[in-house]
Write a protein that binds this ligand. Structure first.
Ligand SMILES: [Zn+2]
Length: 298
């Protein structure tokens, strides 16, 4: 196919999209992104990470698990994964992806400097998930904990341990803002829900602003209503403002790098044109606009 048959993905609502990186995350420099598994950072925030890094804003990335429970894309990689193990494969993929995005400040939760003082390093394992039965009324399926969740899983280990690790990481790195999923974990994966809770708690403890990633379940109409014009938004808290404003960042200049980073996660997904195809066959567009909602108050 020619390029013209694959026009770049343009999201429906981009009227308020800001391409001025200086305004993003209220101009905070060291923004700490907390993601559950390798590939989440690129799928949901890859363009933003690349843009911030290129602008010299020193974004920080914490990955909570190594995605041990991910399903592997069919084909020759399956043999490779059997040989070396999925965690090794996914760590290598993440490293390659972060090279594409220009992210140098990355740590796994449980390993110094993302480990509470005096404790030996640990590995928080992917909790896994499965889809619930369809809700009889909405027909909706939710991600729920997997019956195979192990004793070392992120959601099994006492949360206070992971919380102390993340607090240590944020404090040591001098984080100036926190970013993670919404309170439903985006789509309900237990590891994503926990990443939200820990990040929110650390933001509260350190007095940092917290932005949640706005997922595809938010309609364009809702985005339009909740959009803010960053240029006119002051850094100081504006008591009269909408407490849940949505900020849309235009990352189309970094779409090529985001796409290259996505391709690095080759055990988990396939890039077809301007779409991501997941192992289960689900498709989603590679977004040229990434959205965040600043969460005010508790
Ligand atoms: Zn994930």
């Amino acid at each position: 196919m020619t390029e013209s048959q694959h026009p770049q993905n343009t999201d429906a609502v981009d009227g308020n999209a800001s391409a001025n990186i200086a305004d993003w995350f209220a101009g905070r420099s060291r923004v700490m992104f907390v993601h559950a598994h390798p590939d989440d950072e690129t799928i949901t925030t890859g363009g933003t990470l690349a843009a911030l890094a290129e602008a010299g804003r020193e974004p920080l990335l914490v990955t909570c698990t190594r995605g041990e429970q991910g399903e592997v894309v069919e084909g020759p990689l399956q043999a490779l994964v059997q040989l070396h193990g999925l965690p090794i494969a996914r760590q290598n993929e993440l490293k390659t992806a972060l090279g594409m995005l220009g992210i140098e400040r990355h740590v796994f939760l449980g390993v110094a400097p993302a480990r509470a003082e005096g404790l030996a390093p640990t590995i928080y394992e992917d909790s896994g998930m499965e889809w619930s039965e369809a809700d009889p009324e909405s027909g909706e399926r939710r991600a729920i904990p997997s019956p195979t969740t192990g004793p070392d899983a992120f959601t099994t280990v006492p949360a206070v341990e992971a919380l102390n690790d993340l607090l240590t990481a944020a404090h040591a790195a001098g984080a100036q803002a926190m970013v993670s999923y919404d309170n439903g974990g985006g789509y309900g994966h237990p590891d994503h829900v926990l990443a939200h809770r820990l990040s929110r708690a650390v933001a509260a403890a350190l007095g940092l602003p917290f932005w949640e990633i706005v997922g595809d379940d938010v309609t364009d109409a809702e985005v339009e209503v909740a959009s803010v014009d960053l240029a006119s938004q002051a850094e100081s808290e504006n008591e009269g403002a909408d407490p849940r404003p949505i900020e849309t960042y235009d990352v189309s200049n970094w779409l090529d790098r985001k796409t290259a980073a996505l391709r690095a996660h080759q055990t988990q997904l396939v890039v077809e044109g301007d779409e991501i195809v997941h192992v289960g066959g689900q498709r989603e567009p590679i977004r040229a606009h990434e959205r965040f909602r600043r969460v005010v108050g508790r």
